[in-house]
Design a protein around this ligand. Sequence first.
Ligand SMILES: *[C@@H]1O[C@H](CO)[C@@H](O)[C@H](O)[C@H]1NC(C)=O
Ligand SMILES: *[C@@H]1O[C@H](CO)[C@@H](O)[C@H](O)[C@H]1NC(C)=O
Length: 411
Amino acid sequence: MNSRLSLLLILFLIIVPESIQGSIFKTFSSTLSSKPPPSSLVFPLSGNVFPLGYYSVSLQIGSPPKKFTFDIDTGSDLTWIQCDAPCTGCTLHPSLLYKPKANTVPCSDPICSALHWPNKPHCPNPKEQCDYDVEYADQGSSMGALVTDQFPLKLINGSALQPRLAFGCGYDQNFPSAHPPPATAGVLGLGRGKISVLTQLFSAGLTKNVIGHCLSSNGGGFLFFGDNLIPSGGVSWTPLMSHENHYTTGPAELLFNGKPTGLKGLKIIFDTGSSYTYFNSKTYQTIVNLIGNELKGKPLKDAKEDKTLPICWKGAKPLKSVLEVKNLFKTLTINFMNSRRNTQLQIPPESYLIISKTGNVCLGILNGSEIGLQDSNVIGDISMQGIMVIYDNEKQQIGWVSADCDKLPKK
Ligand SMILES: *[C@@H]1O[C@H](CO)[C@@H](O)[C@H](O)[C@H]1NC(C)=O
Ligand SMILES: *[C@@H]1O[C@H](CO)[C@@H](O)[C@H](O)[C@H]1NC(C)=O
């Protein structure tokens, strides 16, 4: 394999040891009283699609608070952090690791059941720590124990809070060897599952069960929890598929330059944990052929020597920006068939191409079948730049609208 700078943080499995009889299983219930309407949290993001391959957020944890950066991941639920317990496979300097202080969660705790849901935690002794083990599609993994700690936060209505949230103290990490490990301390799990920080904030009555992000093509952007920043109009909405643990939508069809490609019935997952966009083998092949045909007679030649991504092209001179060649490429459109109106997600060339370090232009759409994504397609960071994407678990829908991601919205 070459040295691809890409991350694919979509949860493949939580390894759960065989469950034993008689373990406690309570549902993780909320105690919501109807006081003032829930407010929102907004965080600036840093990072980019290339060369970093991730967008990250800084959060304070503990008392006194210490700052940690997390790769934001809508493709998984568990938040975890590199942890000095002590640690195997931590990439950060020991002084930057999270230090647990007798705050592990016992495996009899409902939050441990939330972690392992729909399975049951392995709990031979209810006082034992609640273990976790997550594996991502790119072969990375983290293993450790669930802990709880305070997260000092400021809501946009001005209130300061310190909710106690559960997350993983990761003391045994494996980063895929194909790319250098990220400089982040961990992963912020923003999925639909019970252990996700989103579900925890919602269950505590602090925000609505909604998140959104705006990833800037200049790097950075913002992430929010709650629905206060959603524009009142102009958002294209499509229903989330129920019974899916990821933010999965569809069926959808794919258009190239506004014309049907014959590719239909696509399942689409929105995943900020993925740097690039992945299509299944057939869809990928079709897109590669269409783009190849379009480039015939144009001043771009195959650059096989460039191993940044599987397909790169060289121009007459080294390129600095995708904008220099965007007119040689066409827009891809994902047309969602199950929406009330025709809901479309436009993927213009700048949302599927990158410029490599040697100034070639490379295709940021990859073959999902190669990494074991079966019939699903993943919309990664590259194709979510310059739009606000909203994951609304209250109305079970996902929406997007073009936005200026360089400006932190004011309320
Ligand atoms: C802000 O919203 C939170 C709930 O999200 C609520 O608990 C708090 O009382 C609100 N503060 C103000 C000043 O309205
Ligand atoms: C995509 O990956 C699968 C699995 O490795 C492979 O069989 C297929 O040929 C690949 N498709 C293309 C177009 O490269």
